[in-house]
Design a protein around this ligand. Structure first.
Ligand code: SF4
Length: 78
């Protein structure tokens, strides 16, 4: 049982800061889930801030595939 999954969506989101180029697409797609930090890198503010399919869609909008989404059954994206 993975205890690091979010309470509602039951997902975990990871942003690879080394890959992130700060384009902000994820923030535009799901502003309740992602924000840009002081270094212009995306970070997760709330994995339950949007429905899972919107989180996955936001991950898909990342131009450098820096967002990884995991669910109870494993990797949801990519
Ligand atoms: S869409 Fe990708 S590259 Fe752009 S800010 Fe988000 S994680 Fe970074």
């Amino acid at each position: 049982m993975a205890d690091d999954l979010s309470p509602k969506n039951r997902i975990r989101i990871e942003v690879d800061r080394g890959l992130c180029i700060g384009s902000g697409d994820c923030v535009d797609s799901a502003p309740e889930v992602f924000e840009l930090d002081a270094e212009d890198k995306a970070r997760v503010i709330d994995p339950d801030g949007a429905p899972t399919d919107e989180v996955v869609e936001a991950a898909g909008n990342c131009p450098v595939t820096a967002i990884f989404v995991f669910g109870e059954a494993g990797e949801l994206y990519p």
